[in-house]
Design a protein around this ligand. Sequence first.
Ligand SMILES: Nc1ncnc2c1ncn2[C@@H]1O[C@H](COP(=O)(O)OP(=O)(O)O)[C@@H](O)[C@H]1O
Ligand SMILES: [Mg+2]
Length: 207
Amino acid sequence: MRKGKFITVEGCEGVGKSTQIALLKEMFAGSGDVLFLREPGGTAISERIRSVILDIQNKGMSAVCEVLLYSAARAQLVEEVIKPALAEGKTVFCDRFTDSTFAYQGCARGLGAEAVERLNEIACAGLEPDLTIFFDLDPVAAFLRKGGADGEDRLEQEGMDFHRRVYAGYKLAAERYARRIVCVPAGGDIADVHERVVKALKERGVI
Ligand SMILES: Nc1ncnc2c1ncn2[C@@H]1O[C@H](COP(=O)(O)OP(=O)(O)O)[C@@H](O)[C@H]1O
Ligand SMILES: [Mg+2]
């Protein structure tokens, strides 16, 4: 039985997800009924799958293998951690979830929206986020944030094409799941973005 709220945080690499989640953690510090997770991972099994996904030796991993590993890690996280926490009335925040699979594997890697939606359904077994915060920022600007001083030299053309496809995938998800996804502009100061997040959480009755 579901009682707690489930909020996912999405957006391209470097858009500020971890930064904003750290601020939310501070905001909720001391209230024991809020759980922060990040994908892939969050259970012993999911963490082992994570290390396979991220292992730089696995360069030859196919797109299908990748999406199935992400889905496997998610299935375990949903079953073992998220559903029980929500049943206890906890609020659960997750850094990346199904929309990452939609944008990265479905759109950027070209597996297609329908296949990924089906996999997401299987992995989530009826669970859907109550709210998804999509940090909306041009992927080049976001990538530069992460790249820091090294700047443009590190942006190989192919790399940026990929990030642009991811961004397009997120925009498509935002249209397709408009009821659940709130687009939060991620430009400007960290404090300003945080205020926008708090506003979205208030509007959706999370706080
Ligand atoms: N609003 C912001 N303005 C400028 N820099 C930011 C902002 N938010 C985050 N950053 C910086 O951008 C980089 C990437 O942020 P991060 O939170 O790690 O992104 P993500 O988790 O989405 O990949 C970090 O160095 C962070 O300090
Ligand atoms: Mg991060």
